[in-house]
Design a protein around this ligand. Structure first.
Ligand code: NAD
Length: 425
């Protein structure tokens, strides 16, 4: 298992905000961005920190800290998930907000980037405590959020039920229902068909298209997936459906390995029933650190940031890494992997399926007209194939990594929007 003090990076270069700034600087240098625009984009526009009380089931009152950070809104209302985790710190939220700006721009969505989170361990909270925490946090950050202002969605430790409480709280304050204020809601209250699976489905499409672009076989690839949640669990299932062989899978407690293959449906069912992957028949137990270094063709980190670093990148056996998580690979690791010829399909490209279908959900809610799951999946496929194609061609032309290519594309779009709008007043 990955050991680190909650919220504390191992080194300065593993700090997510430092990582995000270094990645941005590389793209800004390549584009020759003017100093003023560089300055604007290297700082979050708004940072909101809230300390708030929650009444616990035993009658005690506990204080929690939460954040909502808006990185940049040049392209439209801001979009980004809410994370509930003991590791949530302001620098993590800053980085995640900046990555959302680039991710939305890369897929040409009319959104800027934001992110939020509460430092808490949701697994230790009862359903009632989670609801109280969510409703109070929603109230605290309500000056920033709104259907045309800033639209949250699920991330690590949050789900459709939490989005439902968020939407209900915002609606109660307005006195009428406002489904457009969050995405990733249950379908019964205006959520979109296909949203729950969208990020994992997008990861599968990105993996397939990137493999095709470099002439590598896809079906039959041996795949290791870190994380069994919304992204990792779905990606493992869909990759398996496409003929890939899942040889490793993990959650926060550790992983399992079987070179002959693991049925992700059975493993995930076991995880749901017993709360653990351990003991899955025929598989060996491995730590999260060991999992990343297992022999395989493709590695899908789909848990948290800072997993592949300068310390372990030279031991990664996969020839392709498809980033389901945000920020799983540090810039030091990127350099090592590129020198070793490992293809990294970057987060802002590989996991964009979630925000793409969140955009479809928002559009459907605005129009109060809903599409079929088939239509959602076809449109998701179309956007993912288009963007992966653009980035792989551009990166090959410019002889840069897929991450640098994707960032150049995205940063240019945001910078163009900023310059076109001008600096107010
Ligand atoms: P989740 O809470 O559903 O699942 C997270 C998984 O990671 C779980 O299996 C958990 O056990 C594991 N995990 C948590 N902490 C870990 C640690 N320290 N070491 C190893 N494993 C750990 O979250 P998710 O929605 O699947 O998000 C996973 C990643 O994907 C995050 O980086 C998130 O920002 C990113 N992402 C999510 C979405 C989305 O739509 N949910 C969209 C884009 C990107």
């Amino acid at each position: 298992m990955v050991t680190r003090t909650p919220g504390q990076p191992e080194t300065l270069t593993d700090d997510p905000w430092d990582m995000a700034l270094r990645q941005f600087a590389g793209a800004a240098d390549h584009l020759g961005l003017k100093r003023g625009i560089r300055e604007v984009l290297s700082r979050p526009h708004r940072e909101f920190t809230v300390h708030f009380p929650v009444q616990m089931d035993d009658g005690s009152v506990q204080m929690f800290t939460g954040y909502r950070i808006i990185h940049n809104g040049a392209l439209g209302p801001t979009k980004g998930g809410l994370r509930y985790s003991p590791d949530v710190r302001i620098n993590e939220v800053r980085a995640l907000a900046m990555w959302m700006t680039w991710k939305c721009a890369l897929s040409q969505l009319p959104y800027g980037g934001a992110k939020g989170g509460v430092t808490c361990d949701p697994s230790r909270l009862s359903a009632a405590e989670l609801e109280h925490l969510t409703r109070r946090y929603a109230t605290e950050i309500s000056p920033l959020v709104g259907p045309y202002e800033d639209i949250p969605a699920p991330d690590v430790g949050t789900n459709d039920q939490i989005m439902a409480w968020f939407m209900d709280t915002y609606s109660m304050h307005r006195g009428y229902s406002v489904p457009t204020v969050v995405t990733g809601k249950p379908v019964v209250i205006g959520g979109s068909a296909g949203r729950r699976e969208a990020t994992g489905r997008g990861v599968m499409i990105a993996a397939r298209e990137a493999a095709r672009s470099i002439g590598r076989p896809f079906a039959g690839s041996r795949v290791v997936v870190q994380g069994s949640g919304n992204v990792g669990g779905v990606a493992a299932r869909l990759l398996h459906e496409q003929g890939c062989v899942i040889v490793g899978l993990s959650d926060v407690r550790g992983g399992i390995h079987n070179p002959r293959g693991i049925d992700p449906n059975a493993a995930l069912a076991r995880l749901k029933e017993t709360g653990s992957l351990a003991g899955y028949p025929g598989a060996d137990a491995v730590s999260n650190a060991e999992l990343l270094e297992l022999p395989c063709d493709m590695l899908v980190p789909a848990a948290i940031e800072g997993q592949i670093t300068g310390k372990n990148a030279d031991r990664v056996k996969a020839s392709m890494i498809v980033e389901g998580a945000n920020g799983p690979t540090t810039p030091d690791a990127d350099d090592i992997l590129r020198a070793r010829g490992v293809t990294v399909v970057p987060d802002i490209l590989a996991n964009a399926g979630g925000v793409i279908v969140s955009y479809f959900e928002w559009v459907q809610d605005l129009q109060a007209y809903f599409w079929s799951e088939d239509e959602i999946n076809r449109n998701l496929e179309r956007l993912m194939v288009r963007t992966v194609g653009q980035v792989t061609r551009f990166a090959a032309e410019q002889d840069v990594s897929l991450r640098t290519g994707a960032l150049i594309f995205a940063v240019k779009r945001v910078a163009d929007a900023l310059m076109t709008r001008g600096i107010y007043p």
